[in-house]
Design a protein around this ligand. Structure first.
Ligand code: 5GP
Ligand code: ZN
Length: 128
């Protein structure tokens, strides 16, 4: 989906792939968007439904988000439930995961939650 260029660029990092999705310079299949957050399909899905939810502002991880802007972190969590509902995941259930740092295998250094569902998911250890 081609995005509008109306997204805020304040607080973004030029070399961050998720910042470029947030500001519309990299395409993504966007499923939901607010002034502060954006949700899009993961480019390499690990479940029938695999959506990634981010803050438009560049925040490195959950640790940094909670330290620097807990309201924004909370807003992102709230929006996850809206998106899960919109994707029809609420009734059957879904999984929400965020990787923090190297042991977790965080590849993109911009806070993001994985929303996984649409099928019975395997053991937690094997998710991402
Ligand atoms: P992490 O391992 O950092 O928790 O997850 C990063 C996720 O971002 C991966 O699941 C990966 O497939 C996804 N991803 C990386 N680059 C892109 C991209 O350019 N577009 C989309 N839609 N997803 C991406
Ligand atoms: Zn970023």
């Amino acid at each position: 989906m081609k995005q509008e260029n109306a997204r805020a660029s304040d607080g973004q990092k030029e070399d961050c792939i998720f910042c470029t999705i947030a500001n519309g310079s990299t395409d993504a299949e966007v499923v939901y968007e607010t002034d502060e957050t954006i949700f899009f399909h993961d480019i390499s899905p690990k479940a029938s439904v695999h959506v990634v939810g981010i803050t438009k502002m560049h925040v490195r991880s959950l640790t940094e988000a909670v330290e620097q802007n807990i309201e924004l972190a909370a807003q992102l969590l709230k929006d996850i439930t809206v998106v899960a509902d919109k994707l029809g995941l609420t009734e059957g259930g879904y999984r929400v995961v965020t990787n923090v740092g190297s042991n977790a295998g965080q590849e993109v250094q911009h806070l993001h939650w994985h929303i996984l569902g649409g099928e019975r998911l395997g053991p937690l250890r094997c998710v991402i």
